[in-house]
Write a protein that binds this ligand. Structure first.
Ligand SMILES: [Zn+2]
Length: 339
């Protein structure tokens, strides 16, 4: 068969003919665009004055992602959602109670940390709808991966308890939606500095969902010890100590997080992306830098590339120092874009 002297032709994984030049820039063969979902309506979830989980967090991320290097992102506004999405992981009675608690004006407190404003339920519903859009798009291969910059966060919300600034457990909803979209086995990696007690609670009995959390301990909410392993050894807790830096985090991630994610053989990897393990964060005492989050993102992308076609959906959780949050989120998204 005659061959061009300048172009080596081979059959790639998808069965399409491709040149070596195409192979070098895989963008021409495989879509590697990152989907970013953000929306001003996530600012409408108001909190008491002085509360760390404030709308400015999203404004800071939005500003960081307005840098020209993020031009290749595919940006979308929030996708519509329905309150019923919460029923994938919460009992109907819990959802009804939360909606009934929603105030017409002002704030309604659930506990000392957690409250509802008139915009809270709409924001939480849009967060779930946006997560559904991200899951569907990534599962179909429309985008390589996705980052959903929404409020309120979700990983502290247990099946029947709103707490820790969280109303509905959005990452848990995402896992169930991924399963509906064909991902039998899901891995959730939660590097928020606080233990993801809600996600652990929801998936405690589910052998198809691996939940791996690295977090400072002791710290709110008090759970997340090594001995909490789930009914099917599907929960992995990696507690870190106050003062631990990026080197210690990377060592723990390499030896205790990544092998478990790989062994789970996930069909998609979800990230509870809190950035409050950053050294500047006022609510915790780890000493990570923005590049540590980028590094962790890259390691998960390597597993995703080997195991599940690169599919990653990341969802914002905590992060309360605006500079630490925005530089870390930007480093995370920039790494996702390099897929
Ligand atoms: Zn947190």
């Amino acid at each position: 068969m005659p061959q061009s002297r300048h172009t080596v032709i081979f059959l790639d994984h998808s069965g399409a003919w491709a040149s070596d030049a195409d192979r070098r820039s895989e963008r021409s063969l495989f879509p590697v665009t990152t989907l970013l979902i953000s929306d001003p309506l996530f600012l409408d979830h108001a909190m008491p004055a002085g509360h760390p989980e404030r709308p400015d967090r999203l404004r800071a991320i939005e500003k960081a992602l307005s840098d020209p290097r993020f031009a290749p992102l595919h940006r979308e506004k929030a996708a519509p959602g329905e309150i019923e999405l919460a029923a994938l992981v919460h009992p109907k009675g819990y959802i009804q109670e939360l909606v009934a608690h929603s105030p017409q004006e002002g704030l309604a407190f659930i506990d000392a940390d957690t409250s509802l404003s008139p915009g809270s339920i709409p924001a939480a519903v849009a967060a779930m709808g946006s997560t559904r859009r991200a899951i569907d798009a990534v599962m179909k291969g429309e985008f390589a991966n996705a980052f959903v910059a929404a409020r309120p966060p979700g990983h502290h919300a247990e099946r029947e308890t709103a707490m820790g600034f969280c109303l509905f457990n959005t990452i848990a909803v995402a896992a169930r939606l991924a399963q509906k979209a064909g991902a039998e086995r899901v891995a959730i990696v939660d590097w928020d500095v606080h233990h993801g007690n809600g996600t652990q609670d929801i998936f405690w009995n589910d052998p198809n969902v691996l939940f791996v959390s690295s977090h400072e301990m002791p710290l709110y909410p008090g759970t997340g010890s090594l001995s909490e392993r789930g009914e099917h050894d599907n929960i992995v807790n990696v507690p870190l100590s106050a003062g631990d830096d990026g080197a210690i985090f990377r060592e723990a991630f390499t030896t205790r997080v990544l092998p478990r994610v790989e062994a789970h053989r996930p069909d998609v990897i979800l990230i509870s992306a809190g950035f409050d393990a950053h050294r500047r964060d006022p609510l915790a005492n780890l000493r990570l830098e923005a590049q540590d989050f980028a590094w962790a993102t890259g390691r998960l992308m390597e597993i995703a590339a080997r195991r599940c076609g690169g599919r990653i959906v990341s969802l914002l959780e905590g992060g309360y120092d605006l500079e630490g949050l925005s530089t870390s989120a930007a480093a995370h998204v920039e790494m996702l874009m390099g897929a």
